[in-house]
Design a protein around this ligand. Structure first.
Ligand SMILES: Nc1ncnc2c1ncn2[C@@H]1O[C@H](COP(=O)(O)OP(=O)(O)OP(=O)(O)O)[C@@H](O)[C@H]1O
Ligand SMILES: [Mg+2]
Length: 259
């Protein structure tokens, strides 16, 4: 038997690729992640994959573990077991700074801006790791302000005096200043009027069209309108992935959310 034939035989003998196994197109791949706070477990084996260029929406009721999942992905909470891979690299135990440098950027819940700093300074903070490269920061600022004309008009205004919607825009804009490859936005729509929510989702759509992969964490099922994939989280696990027609099917979505 030739070596090639032998190799073929060996390949045939391998088991079929298991469901949920490595996805070559995945930019982010989370496998069997367990994590929690102190010794309280919250994530009981989270599995999810987001492909390059997708917008994914992570849905789930209060306390399902959405924010905890995001914190594991961006390096701000220790992963107890399981793996996280970003662009083919094992990032499971990377620091937040290393994750940001690799392009994983999170806009946290509660639109945390620096109220005592003006809009321009808040944006500069987002480009902290590039701060010595003035040209880089200016170019990035120009690009980011293209998405947010309202912020351009308010560069000198103290962030604490912006409206809720404007503060959310600023929080997203600050995240974009780091030039993310994966932008995670935690509950962007919370507490905003529907018309502002629509603006936020429209901007997310543009950001995504410009090549940034997006993970939206939402309780607002309206976010599914911008989604390529909807991931339903329940008690520390992703229990369903909705794609295609399922995403626009409100009944399917409600059923998935209610278990
Ligand atoms: N810092 C913390 N210390 C202890 N427990 C925490 C902490 N943060 C979250 N938890 C607990 O972890 C569980 C999951 O919380 P998490 O914030 O991930 O949920 P979520 O899906 O983001 O919910 P929400 O939609 O309300 O933001 C909850 O039971 C919560 O009480
Ligand atoms: Mg949360």
């Amino acid at each position: 038997m030739s070596l090639l034939e032998e190799a073929d035989e060996t390949t045939d003998a391998l088991p079929a690729v298991p469901a949920g196994a490595s996805d070559d197109d995945a930019l982010l791949e989370v496998r069997s992640v367990r994590s929690g706070y102190g010794n309280l477990p919250v994530l009981h084996g989270v599995d999810l994959a987001i492909r390059r260029g997708q917008t994914a929406v992570l849905l789930g009721l209060n306390g399902a573990g959405k924010t905890t999942t995001a914190q594991n992905i961006c390096g701000s909470l220790r992963t107890w077991s399981g793996t996280i891979a970003f662009d083919g690299q094992d990032t499971t135990h990377w620091s937040t700074k290393r994750c940001v440098d690799a392009g994983i950027v999170m806009v946290p819940e509660g639109r945390r801006v620096f109220p005592e700093l003006n809009v321009a300074k808040n944006l500069q903070v987002g480009a902290w790791s590039q701060r010595r490269d003035r040209a880089w920061v200016d170019e990035q600022l120009e690009q980011v302000l293209d998405y947010f004309p309202r912020l351009r008009e308010r560069l000198g205004q103290l962030a604490g005096t912006l409206s809720g919607g404007e503060q959310q825009m600023l929080a997203i804009a600050r995240g974009l200043m780091a030039r993310p490859r994966l932008l995670i936005i935690d509950e962007a729509s919370m507490g905003l009027a529907p018309v502002i929510v629509k603006d936020v989702f429209d901007i997310v759509r543009r950001i995504n069209a410009d090549g940034v992969t997006v993970l939206l964490i939402e309780q607002n099922v309206g976010a599914l309108e911008v989604a390529d994939v909807g991931l339903v989280m329940e008690r520390g696990r992703v229990v369903r992935a909705l794609t295609g027609d399922e995403l626009r099917d409100r009944t399917a979505v409600s059923e998935a959310l209610m278990g």
